[in-house]
Structure formats: C-alpha cells, structure tokens
Design a protein around this ligand. Structure first.
Ligand SMILES: [Zn+2]
Ligand SMILES: [Zn+2]
Length: 50
C-alpha cells in the first residue's frame, strides 16, 4: 500500500497530477480552476488531450 496522497489537479475536468505542493497542473488550470462550468480540460497535457 502506498501512503502517497491522491493529488489530482484541482481543475475539476482535469486528470493531470500537479507538482508537489501545487493545486493545479498548469497555469491554464489555475486560471480555469474557479470556473465550475468547465466541462473539458484543455491544459495541453497528454492525459487531457483528445
Ligand atoms: Zn488537464
Ligand atoms: Zn490541470
């Protein structure tokens, strides 16, 4: 069992994992993080790219 916490990006639709101590994986998510109407993430990272 790992004791590492799940540290998903705080931007709801984003599935990326931010750097340690960060709430968001990118500036994009940091800007979008307060928007509750977002339905898709466009941060550009591979996990979110369609
Ligand atoms: Zn993302
Ligand atoms: Zn993100």
């Amino acid at each position: 069992m790992s004791d590492s916490k799940t540290n998903k990006c705080s931007h709801q639709p984003c599935v990326c994992v931010p750097s340690a101590g960060e709430k968001y994986c990118s500036q994009f998510c940091k800007d979008a993080g307060s928007e509750e109407t977002e339905i898709a993430c466009d941060c550009g990272h591979a996990p979110c790219a369609k």
